[in-house]
Every structure is written in structure tokens, then in C-alpha cells.
Design a protein around this ligand. Structure first.
Ligand code: 13P
Length: 261
């Protein structure tokens, strides 16, 4: 039976005070939903405050990035152990990191390894650009990102890894991938690569989130697809009711799944 993983990536939004207000509004709406893994990633500076506020709520808190070196003269960076001291998981390889900050598949892989070494859970983001999509390169790009991003990761380590498929053209555009198109990439490209690297049993357990203009309105249809195991939510995670609506959609689909099985 599937257990969905819905994570809100707040990106560079919310001061600590604003983050507190948002969680004050959000937590009551999420209370009682215990069949979905729920998480948020605020900016680094707000992570400790959110960890404190979410303690014993079941909402996990993570960071949006980390650096692979353990310490040293890397002004502005935060090491994996420093993240792990405060929270449980981290996102690596977000397309905004790739686009604005020179992230490559190789640096994604270095961050992933550093994160796993200190026991963090990791969401690894992949996804093609509009040009790549229109050129019919989606499968090729996703295959390269996943193969190079996950290089050297073992089956045991993969237990801590979630994949987020976020087509770049769908992020922040209001134009989500259709559930069928997203599912096709999850089922026909990503899952088989996970099976090849980690074996059937592990690959079946790993969650593949979809990200890109997920809303409370389209979430149910997305989660109803066979290989969409959750969502990485940007804009809609900045409002309590829309994020809670997405989590509730996951909860309802999980209940329906259980009845059907
Ligand atoms: P939107 O939900 O705003 O499209 O952002 C998706 C995303 O990038 C989450 O990491």
C-alpha cells in the first residue's frame, strides 16, 4: 500500500516571523492526517524555528540544499552535518539550483552522498526544460540526471532517497504536466532506472514525487496515478489551505487505495 509523501518547498520565501504565522495556520488543518508523510523546507535560517514549532506534529522539516565539504573556507555554504544537527532531510538538485547556481548532475551526486553519509533523507530533483521537452528529449534528460545523480548509491542507501520529477516548464507556471504524462515518466523512465540500480523490491518502495504547479485542485488526479507517490509543492505550499488541500487529497487517495487492495 502506498504512503504518499507531500513536501512543501518554500524556496526563498517567508521570514522566521512569517513562517511561524504560516505554520500556525497550517498545523490545525493537518492535524489528524496520519496516513501521509508531510514535510516543509523553509530557508535555512527558519529551519530551527520550524523544527521547534512542528515538534510532535508529524510534520517533518528539511533544508533546501547543502554543500558536500565537511567544513572550511566556503563562505556562505552549509555542510551536511550542520543540516543533520538541526533537521531530518534535505533537497538536492532543484532546477532553480541548476539554473541559477551552476548545479550539475555531478554536484548533485556529491551533495547526495554527503547528505546520506550523515544520515539525512534526501529528495533528489530532476526534470527537463521546455526546450528539451519539445525536442522529445524528456526520457534522455531524466535518464542522464538520474544515472549521474545517483551514481555510486547503494540499495541500502536508496532507502533514504525520494525522487522528485519536476519538469522545469511546469514549475511556477500554473501549467502542470497532465497526470498521464507525469505518470508515464515516473512509470516508464524513472521507476525502471531505479529497478535497474537498486532491484525491484527497493525501487517499488522508493517514492517518486511529482512537482510543478501542483494545487489542491489537481492533486487528487495526480495522486490517483499508479506511480505518482506524492508531490513537491512550491507556490501552493505557501498558503495553509492550499497545502492542506493537497495533503488531504493524498490522504483520500491512500484510503481509497487501501479499500481497493
Ligand atoms: P510550484 O509548485 O510553484 O510550481 O513549484 C514546484 C517546485 O519547484 C517545488 O520544488
Amino acid at each position: 500500500m502506498r504512503r504518499f509523501f507531500v513536501a512543501g518547498n518554500w524556496k526563498m520565501n517567508k521570514t522566521i516571523a512569517e513562517a511561524r504565522d504560516l505554520m500556525n495556520a497550517m498545523l490545525p488543518l493537518l492535524a489528524g492526517i496520519d496516513n501521509v508523510d508531510i514535510a516543509i523546507t523553509p530557508v535555512y535560517l527558519a529551519v530551527p524555528a520550524m523544527v521547534e514549532q512542528c515538534r510532535s506534529t508529524g510534520v517533518k522539516v528539511g533544508a533546501q540544499n547543502l554543500f558536500w565539504e565537511a567544513s572550511g573556507a566556503y563562505t556562505g555554504e552549509v555542510a551536511a552535518a550542520m543540516v543533520a544537527e538541526v533537521c531530518d532531510f534535505v533537497i538536492v538538485g532543484h532546477s532553480e539550483r541548476r539554473k541559477y547556481f551552476g548545479e550539475t548532475d555531478e554536484t548533485v551526486n556529491r551533495r547526495l552522498k554527503a547528505a546520506l553519509e550523515v544520515g539525512l533523507e534526501v529528495i533528489v530533483c530532476i526534470g527537463e526544460t521546455l526546450e528539451e521537452n519539445e525536442a522529445g528529449l524528456t526520457a534522455a534528460v531524466v535518464t542522464r540526471q538520474l544515472t549521474e545523480g545517483l551514481a555510486g548509491i547503494t540499495e541500502a542507501q536508496a532507502a533514504a532517497v525520494t525522487i522528485a520529477y519536476e519538469p522545469v516548464w511546469a514549475i511556477g507556471t500554473g501549467r502542470a504536466a497532465t497526470p498521464e504524462d507525469a505518470n508515464r515518466v515516473h512509470r516508464d523512465v524513472i521507476r525502471p532506472l531505479l529497478v535497474a540500480q537498486f532491484g525491484e523490491a527497493r525501487a517499488e518502495q522508493m517514492r517518486i514525487q511529482y512537482g510543478g504547479s501542483v494545487t489542491a485542485e489537481n492533486a487528487h488526479e495526480l495522486f490517483s496515478m499508479s506511480d505518482i507517490d506524492g508531490a513537491l509543492v512550491g507556490g501552493a505550499s505557501l498558503k495553509a489551505d492550499s497545502f492542506a488541500g493537497i495533503v488531504k487529497a493524498a490522504s483520500l487517495v491512500a484510503i481509497a487505495d487501501r479499500r481497493a487492495s
